[in-house]
Each structure stands twice: as structure tokens, then as C-alpha cells.
Design a protein around this ligand. Structure first.
Ligand SMILES: NC(=O)c1ccc[n+]([C@@H]2O[C@H](COP(=O)([O-])OP(=O)(O)OC[C@H]3O[C@@H](n4cnc5c(N)ncnc54)[C@H](O)[C@@H]3O)[C@@H](O)[C@H]2O)c1
Length: 320
């Protein structure tokens, strides 16, 4: 697994280990944390170093690859597109090269709702047109295209999981979300409660939504992790490439998230209202029908209360 020391990858390590899989994590620890890889082997290395990646496959017996590692900041990708294109694409190409050399033909990819661009219909189904508008989303789109070509030419079978908004933390409090800089709403809400941010910025209060703030589809990271195990099991038995959304088809506005966070933490959250950001859309919701049908995926943790309670617990304890 690449990126297993990061936020989502580390939750997937935990879920895979719970279900008896052997896991080797390959991570350069650029944004990940060593202590998040609790129960798996960690190889510290960079996917951009082709020899390192080839060496990984030459020294381990690998049955399948889960590829989480990526640069992930949409805003930064506008300012430094070449960093995103270079790193996200070369990392993925090096990984795929090493897989082909070692004859490993199962691949699970961390894609994103960003591949769809501005939604033309809601909820978004997997056959919605792909039209990413930020460089980050483009890199996900290109990797998906590469995967399709590698399937046709080399028989590499993949499941590309298009996540909507990953949120929450490990229910046992072992891992949580801590990007630096943090751009996501829920961790920023927690950082504001803890006094590490003066105010929570709300971008856009004039969207055509009931309270004027943007509505997003939040999915608990433990539910996301479970979907990866289901996807892996499916690829083992049904070698067929697929694109699958991971979302809840339930949306919460920014103000709803803030109000619920105030209730759970018992703190008033000071906010600053800012103009909309470039590219932000009013509502993003995923159809989860395909994930339910093909993977047998059920949401267990993705209601807003569970998301915020687990996030709050982790932030409170981690920040001590
Ligand atoms: N967080 C979300 O809401 C969200 C939504 C959609 C898609 N995704 C995708 O999910 C994946 C994981 O996201 P995350 O939030 O856990 O991010 P993260 O930054 O917490 O994790 C990324 C991990 O990859 C590692 N890494 C980065 N570049 C590397 C390289 N060149 N070589 C080796 N390791 C490298 C980092 O050290 C880190 O451990 C990413 O591919 C991201 O694009 C995330």
C-alpha cells in the first residue's frame, strides 16, 4: 500500500489487518506519520524514486496494490500545477511500471469526486461526464485513463474509488485527520474549538442552498477503509475493472456542520464569512448505488454525529 501513513491509508491498514491481510506500507512520510502505521511493515521510500519502487516489488511478494499516496491540495494545485502533474503522475507511473515488471495485476486507486468537475446532475453517478477543472482533479482523471489503457494492453485490473469528502477519525482514537496546511472543514472546525485557529472561515454564503452555504457529502474514514477491503476482495475473485463512487448520498451544509460541532464540543465556534472560492459548487452528492451493489458496502459510521464525535475525540486527545 502506498500512502498508508496518511489519513485515509492508515485507516485502511487497520481495516485490512483486522481482516487478516498482510500489509506493507510504502510511504515517504511527507505528510504521513510513522505512528499511524501501527500494525504493518513500513518501508520509508519515495514513489518518485523508480529504483526504490522496483526494489519493493523485487523483495516482497505482493498480491495487490492500494495506491493512496498523492499530493492532495486543490488550491495548491492551481498555484503549482507542475508539482502536481509531475509528482502525482510520475509516482503512479513508477508504481504501475514496477507492478507490471513483477506481474502484479490488481490495483485499487484513490480517485476523487474532483474528476467529475461541475455536477450536471445530482446525485452524481459513475457515468456522469468527467470534466475536472483543477490540476489535482486532472491528475486523478489522467491516472484513471492510464489504468484503462493498461487494462486493455496488459490485463491490469483496477478499481478506482472516487471518494467524496472523507471525514471523521478512528472510533478507537488511534488515527485522525491532520493535514498541514489543513484545508478541510471538519478538522479546521476542531482546530478552531481548540483555539488553534482564531476563526473558522466559511467560503460562500450565497450559494443556492437552503442556508446559503455549500452542501457536501461526508463519508466516515472508517467506512471508506471498509470499502477498500471489499474492493480488494472483489478484485481477487472478479478480475474486472470498475469506477466506483464512495459517498453517502446525503449532504450537510457548512452551517449544519458548524452547528452540530458546537453541540458536540460544547463550544461556540467563531466564524468569518468569505467569498466563494474558485471552482466551489453549491452541492456535491454521490450516488452510492454501485458501491452497494458491487461491493456490498454499508455505511456504519457516516452520520454527521458519529463523524464529528470521532473527529472531536481524536483532535482533543491528539492536541494535548
Ligand atoms: N481526504 C479526502 O477527503 C480525499 C478525497 C478524495 C480523494 N482523496 C485521495 O485519497 C488519498 C489519501 O488522501 P489523504 O487525505 O489520506 O492524504 P494524506 O496526505 O494524509 O496521505 C497521503 C500519504 O501519501 C504519502 N506520500 C505522498 N507522496 C508520496 C510519495 N511520492 N511517495 C511515497 N509516499 C507519498 C504521504 O506521506 C501520506 O502518508 C489521496 O490520493 C487523495 O487524493 C482524499
Amino acid at each position: 500500500m502506498t500512502g498508508g501513513a496518511g489519513y485515509i491509508g492508515s485507516h485502511a491498514v487497520k481495516e485490512l489487518r483486522k481482516q487478516g491481510f498482510e500489509v506493507v506500507v510504502f510511504d515517504n512520510l511527507s505528510t504521513g506519520r510513522r505512528e499511524f502505521v501501527r500494525d504493518a511493515e513500513l518501508m520509508v521510500g519515495d514513489l518518485e524514486d523508480r529504483d526504490d519502487v522496483l526494489n519493493l516489488f523485487r523483495t516482497r511478494e505482493i498480491a495487490a496494490v492500494l495506491h493512496f499516496a498523492s499530493l492532495i491540495q486543490v488550491g495548491e494545485s492551481y498555484v503549482h500545477p507542475r508539482k502536481y502533474y509531475t509528482q502525482n503522475l510520475s509516482s503512479s507511473l513508477n508504481l504501475l511500471e514496477a507492478m507490471l515488471e513483477a506481474d502484479v495485476k490488481r490495483f485499487i486507486f484513490s480517485s476523487s469526486a474532483a474528476v467529475y468537475g461541475i455536477p450536471r446532475r445530482i446525485p452524481i453517478t459513475e457515468d456522469h461526464p468527467l470534466d475536472p477543472f483543477n490540476p489535482y482533479g486532472q491528475t486523478k482523471f489522467f491516472v484513471e485513463r492510464i489504468l484503462q489503457d493498461y487494462d486493455r494492453a496488459y490485463g491490469l485490473k483496477f478499481i478506482s474509488l472516487r471518494y467524496f469528502n472523507a471525514a471523521g477519525a478512528d472510533p478507537e482514537g488511534q488515527m485522525g485527520e491532520c493535514h498541514d496546511p489543513e484545508t478541510h472543514l471538519i478538522p479546521n472546525t476542531m482546530l478552531t474549538v481548540l483555539g488553534k485557529r482564531e476563526r473558522l472561515e466559511i467560503y460562500g454564503t450565497d450559494f443556492p442552498t437552503p442556508d446559503g452555504t455549500a452542501v457536501r457529502d461526508y463519508i466516515h474514514v472508517t467506512d471508506l477503509a471498509a470499502a477498500h477491503v471489499l474492493a480488494l476482495r472483489r478484485l481477487m475473485t472478479t478480475p474486472q475493472s470498475e469506477f466506483i463512487n464512495l459517498g453517502a448520498n446525503k449532504g450537510y451544509s457548512v452551517r449544519e456542520v458548524v452547528a452540530k460541532a458546537e453541540e458536540i464540543t460544547g463550544h461556540k465556534i467563531p466564524v468569518r464569512e468569505r467569498p466563494r472560492r474558485k471552482g466551489d459548487v453549491p452541492v456535491l452528492l454521490a450516488s452510492k448505488d454501485k458501491a452497494e451493489r458491487l461491493l456490498g458496502w454499508n455505511l456504519r459510521h457516516s452520520d454527521l454525529t458519529a463523524i464529528l464525535e470521532t473527529a472531536w475525540r481524536w483532535h482533543r486527545e491528539f492536541s494535548r
